[in-house]
Write a protein that binds this ligand. Structure first.
Ligand code: SF4
Length: 350
């Protein structure tokens, strides 16, 4: 029976070192392989020309290099692009490329679907279907045509990154290590609803920025839109964050989707200020994007502006996030793919 070869792409330096040792290759092969994987974008073991022929033959018996390129893409009128990738489990995932004047961001997924069922999120509506591997996470950056101009990566696509901590941390290591893509951690933001045990591991093992989904400072309200509040209350998430001495370079932000008449009052401003008191952080306000079947509308623009000014008046740096890629369902909370590989790829008209 033909043996399925393991992909070298997505492996860390330590993992490659183990493979090199197992195959009794010279120890310097580890650096050579990493160099070809992550700096020279090699798409086959044959391309690793500074490995001996016998080393390449030994590697090829069990391993391969596989880069997945997007299956499809859509372009928004604002220049945002949504890419569709096929995973090894025959499910589709989406990533969004967002060009701005001075930065080029890719928003990537960490899971197929998600188990947490936040009311405002299309991904949550498809349920959890699987974790992505580090290779599948990295492909969403390394496999798009804009790879060489990407300045920022945000883990804000499909899935809860800290529900897949091992593969997410591996991908972060490869993105930020000198043997990998050597990106500054300050260019990468991981978003979470606040899975406390994994959050602690993330803070201890990574220097990347963190964005926590807040959406209401009141527990009873937050439970209505985010079931996670019953498991990991945001108050405990904030206490956890406050217990760490975080480096000056590291940014903690709170995401706050504005629901009309629900979480956009003066009472909310006061409680947010009380909750975050003593923390160096910022808040991003986000317009609610319409998701089928939810009984909420977005707050009006003037309410959002007033909310921002009130929070700023309390000394909290607060920004309003521009919605990008709305016409192709690439904006915040709208990424979702239910389809299997033998189905037609999902498009915004489905
Ligand atoms: S917002 Fe995040 S955690 Fe909540 S359902 Fe969507 S992907 Fe999952």
């Amino acid at each position: 029976m033909e043996q399925l070869q393991t992909n070298l792409f997505g492996k860390t330096y330590t993992e490659i070192q183990e493979i090199v040792n197992d195959l009794s290759l010279p120890s310097y092969s580890t650096g050579q392989i990493c160099n070809w994987l992550y700096k020279k974008n090699a798409d086959s073991i044959e391309k690793i020309s500074n490995l001996s022929k016998s080393a390449r033959t030994a590697l090829s018996k069990q391993y391969t290099i596989r880069h997945d390129t997007p299956q499809d893409f859509q372009v928004s009128s604002d220049g945002t692009k949504k890419y569709l990738f096929l995973t090894i489990r025959s499910r589709y995932i989406e990533a969004a490329y967002i060009p701005e004047v001075s930065r080029h961001t890719v928003c990537i997924s960490s899971q197929v679907g998600c188990k947490w069922g936040c009311l405002f999120c299309m991904t949550g509506k498809q349920g959890f279907q699987g974790n992505l591997t580090a290779a599948e996470i990295l492909n969403q950056f390394a496999g798009i045509p804009e790879k060489d101009i990407i300045t920022n990566i945000v883990y804000m696509g499909m899935g809860e990154p800290l529900d897949n901590p091992d593969e997410v941390l591996k991908s972060l290591e490869i993105l930020t290590s000198s043997y990998g893509y050597a990106m500054s951690p300050s260019r990468i933001t991981v978003s979470t609803i606040g899975i406390i045990p994994a959050l602690k591991v993330f803070i201890e093992k990574s220097n990347c920025h963190l964005a926590v989904s807040l959406h209401s400072p009141f527990s009873d309200e937050r439970k209505q839109i985010m079931p996670v509040e019953s498991v990991f209350p945001v108050k405990e998430v904030v206490e956890t964050l406050k217990s760490y001495k975080l480096g000056r370079q590291r940014r903690i932000s709170f995401e706050y989707i504005m629901f009309k008449g629900f979480n956009d009052t003066r009472r909310h401003v006061n409680e947010i200020a009380r909750l975050l008191n003593g923390m160096k952080c910022r808040i991003n306000l986000i317009r609610l994007h319409s998701v089928p079947g939810i009984p909420f509308k977005s707050s009006e623009d003037d309410t959002i502006l007033r909310f921002r000014n009130s929070l700023s008046g309390k000394g909290i740096i607060t920004t309003i996030r521009a919605s990008r890629g709305l016409d192709i369902l690439a904006a915040c909370g709208l990424l979702s793919t239910r389809h299997l590989s033998n189905d037609k790829p999902l498009t915004s008209s489905d």
